[in-house]
Each structure stands twice: as structure tokens, then as C-alpha cells.
Design a protein around this ligand. Structure first.
Ligand code: PLP
Length: 373
């Protein structure tokens, strides 16, 4: 049976507005800062929750040629909209999926000799070029120094692999003074000497601040493109994502009355309390509301910051609209949950998390609007 009302036409409790022009401007800002290095884009996690297809299309139109996804499924989605770009799969090669990588022309980022051999066994040595990931001290993914040395000495295997990129990942790029940065840069230089002629890549968003030794030949920014902070004490680039919730009820509440689960919010004065149709089932984390009165977390109405009132429910949250502009604080109006007035990083901090997690957890119940691009 055909649904008479397609899901995308149904009312949504919240809307997510994605500024593609701001995204592209952020990418250009980074490109301007890394000199001759190529500026790629990391679009894993469904383009950091903002939609891999529109995000990557906008970046490709601006000149981005190389993209990183986490999994083959992200790569397949990307290939469907961008036939000509280079796509690397950060989580590497998944055994049995050789045909997927071949058909979508996905390049695995290979991080162990076992993975190298699995790739060669399935592709017969005439698959896509690959990236090699060397571990320089994060102890997550990557060939050990010994494995890298063994591979570099094996001309036959290398010829069949055709590595097009040598990469590693910094554990503490967001802390410029951290001793591990220098150690990782030195180990990466040693690894690059094993694979002469193969371009190198070491930088995420935070690495861009660390200069040419970290920029290498290609930088891989993610979070900076999407307008959130990549380190504690840096200002973000332009705001890209704005999250808003719809006001579904506005109530007059007397002083001392309790609002929400646990009765944690009790206004001291006669108050107008707005109920917003977004909750933790939408990835607006319950921790943001805390339990204290007031928690300190805010939303905004027509550019005016207003407190979040009490606990966040599964599908709703409450805001104290007493000091909000009257004409905007009405049933059917919109409340900014993060965006130009309430920075996403401020909201993430209330939940003791980071912009990366907030963005990628937003879920699929929002109306999504793409501006520009
Ligand atoms: C996620 C990721 C990036 C991008 O990191 P940001 O901090 O979002 O810029 C770059 N490289 C690797 C290997 C990653 O996993």
C-alpha cells in the first residue's frame, strides 16, 4: 500500500537548517591556511549528522576532490552522487566486501598486514589504490613501525597495493603543547621515509593549527567544516547547523509550581513556560537539562536567550519564555536549541560532551533544510 502522506511531508517537532555556504566558506578558510597541502573533507557519520550527500556535493562543487568516510555504506552513498571524487574508507577493508569497494571505487585505509593481505586476496592486486595507516602513538588503527618496515621491504606486495596516501592520526592535536604531538610527527617522518613518493596526511581539524609539519600533503578536517569547535580554547568557524524546536504549548505557571519530571524547576515569579516538541529521542541529550534549578542550559527565541526549564523528556523539553519577545514566544513558534545565538559547543558542554557527538546523534525526526550550495 502506498502511504498517502509520505513521511517527509509530515509535521516535524524540530527542524535542522544546514548552511551549505557557511560549510563551503569554512572549507575555503582551512584551504587558505594550509598552503600547498590539499584540503580534503571528512564526511563520516553521515556528514557529521548533516547529510553526507548534500554536504559532499557542496564541497565538491567548491573544489574538494578527496573525501573520507568511515564505512563502505557511507562510501557507496557518496559515490552515488559524486562519480569523480576520491573516496577513502577510514575503517579500512571489511572482509568479503571486495566487490563493493571495486564497484563504488572505494579506497580502503589499510592499517595492518592482515588487512593488507585480505585486501590483496579479494582484489587480486588490481583493485583501487589504497591508503596506508601507520600507527604513530595513538594505538588505535595503523601498521606498527615493524609492520610498516616489513611492507616497505616487500616490493611485490607494494606494487600490487599501489599506496596513494600514507596517513596517521594525532591523539592530542587539540592540545598544541602536548608532548605526544612531537613524538607522532617524528614517527610519521620515519614512516614516510619507508615509502618515498607516497603523499602524507596527518592533520584533522585541530592539526591545521599546528603548522606545516602536520599539514604534510593533505589535511583531513571534519568538525571545523561543520562549524563546531575542535579544541577547548579556539573560536569555531562559521555556524553551519541550526537546530530549532516547535512550540506546541505555552502555559502561565505561578511561582513555586513544578515543571517537568522530578519537579526540578520551580520558577520564583509568575512565568510563561513553553513546551518544545524536541527531546532526547531526537538526540537532544537528557544531560543537557541536568537536574538542577536552573541548570544553566539555554535556548533562544528570536535571538533572545531563555533558560531550559527542568528535565528534558523523550519527545519534549520546556523553556522559560517569561523574558522572551511576546510575539515570537507563541504556540507554533520556533525555539533555537543551538545555532547562531546558542553555540553548539555551549550546549554540548552542558551534557559533558562534544560537538561531534551532539551533531552525529541528532537522529532522523527533524525536517532538514539546506540553504545555499
Ligand atoms: C574523524 C577523523 C578526522 C577528522 O577529525 P576532526 O577532529 O573532526 O577534524 C580525521 N582523520 C581521521 C583518521 C578521523 O578519524
Amino acid at each position: 500500500m502506498q502511504p498517502s502522506h509520505p513521511l517527509s511531508s509530515l509535521p516535524a517537532g524540530g527542524r535542522l537548517t544546514i548552511g551549505l555556504d557557511a560549510l563551503v566558506a569554512n572549507w575555503r578558510d582551512i584551504r587558505a591556511r594550509v598552503g600547498a597541502a590539499e584540503t580534503a573533507a571528512v564526511v563520516k557519520g553521515d556528514g557529521y549528522g548533516l547529510g553526507v550527500e548534500p554536504v559532499a556535493r557542496a564541497l565538491a562543487a567548491a573544489g574538494c576532490r578527496t573525501f573520507f568516510v568511515a564505512l563502505p555504506r557511507g562510501g557507496v552513498r557518496l559515490r552515488a552522487v559524486l562519480p569523480d571524487v576520491t573516496i577513502y574508507v577510514l575503517n579500512g577493508f571489511f572482509d568479503g566486501a571486495g566487490a563493493v569497494y571495486r564497484d563504488a571505487r572505494l579506497r580502503p585505509v589499510l592499517g595492518s598486514l592482515a588487512e593488507v593481505d585480505a585486501w590483496l586476496a579479494e582484489t587480486g592486486g588490481d583493485g583501487e589504490p589504497v591508503a596506508l595507516h601507520v600507527d604513530t602513538g595513538m594505538n588505535r588503527l595503523g601498521l606498527s613501525a615493524a609492520e610498516a618496515a616489513a611492507l616497505s621491504a616487500d616490493a611485490g606486495r607494494l606494487a600490487r597495493l599501489r599506496p596513494a596516501l600514507l596517513m596517521s592520526h594525532l591523539a592530542c592535536a587539540d592540545q598544541p603543547e602536548h608532548v605526544l604531538n612531537g613524538e607522532q610527527i617524528r614517527r610519521f617522518a620515519a614512516a614516510r621515509a619507508l615509502f618515498p613518493g607516497v603523499p602524507g596526511s596527518l592533520s584533522n581539524s585541530a592539526g591545521v593549527d599546528l603548522g606545516p609539519a602536520v599539514h604534510q600533503d593533505l589535511v583531513r578536517p571534519g568538525i571545523a567544516l561543520y562549524g563546531a569547535r575542535w579544541a577547548a580554547n579556539v573560536p569555531p568557524l562559521r555556524t553551519v547547523a541550526t537546530l530549532e524546536g516547535r512550540l506546541i504549548q505555552v502555559n502561565d505557571v505561578p511561582p513555586g509550581a513544578a515543571v517537568g519530571y522530578g519537579a526540578t524547576f520551580r520558577p520564583a515569579r509568575p512565568s510563561r513556560i513553553g513546551v518544545v516538541s524536541v527531546g532526547y529521542a531526537d538526540g537532544f541529550l537528557r544531560r543537557i537539562g541536568g537536574g538542577a534549578t536552573p541548570s544553566g542550559a539555554v535556548a533562544a527565541v528570536a535571538g533572545v536567550r531563555v533558560p531550559i526549564a527542568g528535565r528534558i523528556s523523550m519527545d519534549m523539553l520546556a523553556v522559560d519564555l517569561t523574558d522572551a519577545p511576546r510575539e515570537a514566544a507563541v504556540r507554533g513558534g520556533w525555539v533555537e536549541l543551538f545555532g547562531p545565538t546558542v553555540p553548539i559547543d555551549e550546549v554540548a558542554a552542558h551534557a559533558e560532551t562534544i560537538g561531534w557527538e551532539l551533531l552525529t546523534g541528532l537522529g532522523d525526526r527533524y525536517e532538514r533544510r539546506y540553504l545555499g550550495g
